[in-house]
Design a protein around this ligand. Structure first.
Ligand code: DGL
Length: 263
């Protein structure tokens, strides 16, 4: 019989991404675990990760993790599909005692959303290139027709703050045009930046198109892991979020808070 821990742990949880994208995951974490304190580190000075080499992404992810460890975090969530694909395995091996969770494109629930649906997977070039992704896609290939769409340039536009909707629309129009004649049944937002433009994306697809992202799944996994390891915050704790950015321009923290409130 498994006897769960009854211990608690008040230390914060670290969350990082190449920039503001992981805030879409952070929101799901805060909603599921309101008693926890979170420290969010956005590496906006080095965004985007998705067009860099695996070595570069690993080195940036390692720095982000070390930054969070300096705040004595009890667990880390890699709120970035790209960094999860490129670095999670190595970082877990380097920190065996630290729970490190990641986020992955939600292609399984998307594949199960209908009878052999067409599923458009939007993600960074790096995420789509990784073996881990290709293996999962192959494993599920009997269930759905997958179409992958690397979106270089999109993360940069979102990092700019979403104010220029016209430019974003023009970019999306060109990117999505080849996929609109036979529109997919489901769209996977395989980069944590993309949920911030979901309202815009929805305008391009039929009304009944289903959208999927990995935020909820990661939140569920984190909750389970904290419980299993006796790391949950005491119930009476007031949770909260602290934002940190590698970009030193005064606007960065303001932008992060705005993104957090917007989703
Ligand atoms: N939010 C990251 C992801 O989920 C974006 C990667 C990038 O910076 O290109 O993949």
């Amino acid at each position: 019989m498994h006897i769960g821990h009854t211990n608690t742990d008040s230390r914060p949880i670290g969350v990082f991404d190449s920039g503001v994208g992981g805030i879409s995951v952070l929101k799901a974490l805060v909603q599921r675990l309101p008693n926890e304190r979170f420290i969010y580190y956005g590496d906006s000075a080095n965004a985007p990760y998705g067009v860099k080499s695996r070595e570069e992404i690993l080195s940036l992810s390692r720095s982000a993790l070390n930054k969070l460890l300096s705040f004595d975090v009890k667990a880390v969530v890699i709120a970035c599909n790209t960094a999860t694909a490129a670095a999670a395995e190595v970082l877990r091996a380097e920190h065996e005692d630290l729970p490190i969770l990641g986020v992955e494109p939600a292609i399984r629930p998307a594949a199960l959303c209908g009878k052999h649906p067409t599923v458009l997977i939007m993600a960074t070039p790096m995420t789509l290139k990784m073996d881990k992704f290709k293996t999962l896609e192959k494993e599920l290939s009997d269930l759905a027709e997958f179409v992958t769409l690397p979106c270089p340039g999109l993360v940069e536009l979102i990092e700019q703050g979403l104010d220029d909707q016209e430019m974003l629309c023009a970019f999306l129009q060109e990117l999505l045009a080849p996929h609109l004649k036979n529109p997919p049944k489901a769209v996977v937002l395989g980069c944590t930046h993309y949920p911030f433009i979901k309202p815009l994306l929805k305008r391009f697809f039929p009304e009944d198109t289903a959208f999927f992202d990995g935020a909820e799944g990661t939140a569920r996994q984190l909750e389970k892991r904290l419980c299993e390891e006796g790391l949950c915050a005491p119930k009476e704790n007031a949770g909260g979020v602290r934002f940190l950015s590698s970009k030193q321009d005064g606007q960065a923290l303001f932008t992060m808070e705005r993104f957090f409130k917007s989703i």
